[in-house]
Write a protein of this length. Structure first.
Ligand code: NAD
Ligand code: 13P
Length: 420
């Protein structure tokens, strides 16, 4: 019987952490997974910093910048994006995306959301047609045709089913194996749940390649997203079925607790919208207003998050308010992101130093990317197209602060409910 080969597409702060998590699990479950985990690296030349334990002035490696993928494979550490964390030796960094995804039946997407269109173009026709995806990316896609979940964008562009993983997950804490929990939304087509075939089952080329419509993939054009038809190819019978149980075996660690749900939209939207709330928390903290102010924007932000899901994804995606209020991907991610996330920290620093959030990102993050700025702009463009900016006053205020149209001091008045 075959085993699932796993590729992580992306190797930033969170991409490298997730590669560590899944590589520990593929090694422990060799009956289900190939132990080697491929990790696609966007190649760049990196110098080993003097502060690194790998620095040795006399070594050839330290004499000049080296390709990041080679450093990861030699040092078993991503010294640029996840420094001081040992990666398991079965994580293999690969600068060729085509080679990294070759023959992989599980693709884990984990890179800043602005790069998804390029990645999907590069991957078109290069992946197994029956591969299954999980998006760990926080954001949404907004275009003239409406709003799309990133898991749907990836799924539709590549013609595969793609679920989502999101939660209160500051990457470095998980990389250090400090306890945290996450939510995985995986609602694959029923044809994936069949029992493993007995020995002598047909080979991949002979298996039933029935395709099916996946009603919940969509492209939103008006208030509620419109389902589109994506033809899916069945997982061949000689692979272990890709059920919730298999997904749990891939992601759950003693320090990383996984809860599985079916609400892909709730999980995806929680991760996207909390970044707007984290910017708001950074702005009020940057004013020196303290924890009560932060709690106020968190409260209003969570309400707007629930309202957003209900307004735009409840009919087609069956988004549940409880995904936001009860799972790690909702309220818990708002809390952790507003305490220590990069969006929060950069927004706070921007106010304190009188700079833009983009300038702080460029100066302070050593190549890591914020998702909140673009998400605030994308969500605003969508709300404007629906004539609903006023229904989401906090999201709208954050956008207007980023655009320099209003001051953070105006947030309290703007989020105050208006008398009708
Ligand atoms: P990151 O912020 O570390 O971003 C840097 C990554 O972008 C690097 O891997 C870099 O190689 C890559 N990159 C730069 N230019 C590129 C290009 N032109 N094409 C392709 N890739 C390029 O990334 P991250 O923290 O791994 O975040 C990935 C996603 O995970 C984001 O959506 C983020 O919101 C989400 N996330 C992050 C965390 C966290 O704590 N870091 C936690 C949960 C979720
Ligand atoms: P930042 O990207 O703001 O650091 O948030 C990390 C995160 O998503 C925590 O769950």
């Amino acid at each position: 019987a075959k085993k699932h080969k796993v590729t992580v597409v992306g190797s930033g702060n969170w991409g490298s952490t997730i590669a560590k998590v899944v590589a520990e699990n593929t090694r422990e479950n060799p009956n289900l997974f190939e132990p080697i985990v491929q990790m696609w690296v966007y190649e760049e030349e990196v110098s080993i910093p003097k502060s690194s334990k790998h620095y040795d002035a006399s070594s050839e490696l330290c004499s000049k910048p080296q390709p990041l993928s080679q450093l990861v494979n030699q040092l078993h550490e991503n010294i640029k994006y996840l420094p001081n964390i040992a990666l398991p030796e079965n994580v293999v960094a690969n600068p060729s995306i085509e080679d990294a995804v070759k023959d992989s039946s599980i693709l884990i997407f984990n890179l800043p959301h602005q790069f998804i269109p390029k990645i999907c173009r590069l991957l078109g026709g290069k992946i197994l047609p029956f591969a299954r995806g999980i998006s760990c990316i926080k954001g949404v896609e907004v275009s003239e045709s409406g709003i799309r979940l990133l898991s749907d964008q990836i799924g539709e562009e590549l013609g595969i089913y793609c679920g989502a993983l999101s939660g209160a997950n500051i990457a470095t804490e998980i990389a250090m194996e400090k306890y945290s929990e996450t939510t995985v939304a995986y609602d694959p087509p029923a044809m994936d749940s069949r029992q493993p075939s007995p020995s002598g089952s047909p080979s991949t080329s002979q298996v039933n390649l029935v395709t099916t419509d996946l009603g919940d993939l969509h492209s939103a054009t008006s208030k509620q997203a419109q389902p589109s038809k994506t033809k899916l190819q069945a997982l061949p019978a000689d692979y272990p079925p890709l059920t919730h149980e298999t997904m749990k075996k891939l992601f759950h660690r003693p320090y990383f607790h996984v809860r599985l749900v079916s609400d892909t939209a709730g999980v995806s939207l929680g991760g996207a919208l909390k970044n707007i709330i984290a910017l708001a928390a950074g702005f009020v903290d940057g004013l020196g207003w303290g924890d009560n102010a932060k709690a106020a924007v968190m409260r209003v932000g969570i309400l707007e998050m629930v309202r957003f899901g209900q307004a735009f994804f409840s009919t087609t995606h069956h988004t549940r308010a409880t995904t936001f209020t009860e799972e790690s991907c909702g309220v818990a991610d708002v809390v952790t992101s507003c305490m220590g996330g990069r969006n929060f920290r950069c927004a706070k620093m921007a106010l304190e130093r009188g700079m833009t959030v983009e300038e702080i990102e460029e100066k302070e993050l050593n190549g890591q990317k914020l998702q909140g700025i673009s998400t605030a702009r994308e969500v605003n463009a969508f709300l404007k197209s629906q004539g609903m900016e006023a229904d989401f006053p906090l999201f709208t205020a954050v956008y207007n602060i980023l655009e320099g149209k209003i001051k953070p001091q105006q947030i309290p008045d703007l989020i105050e409910p208006k008398d009708t």
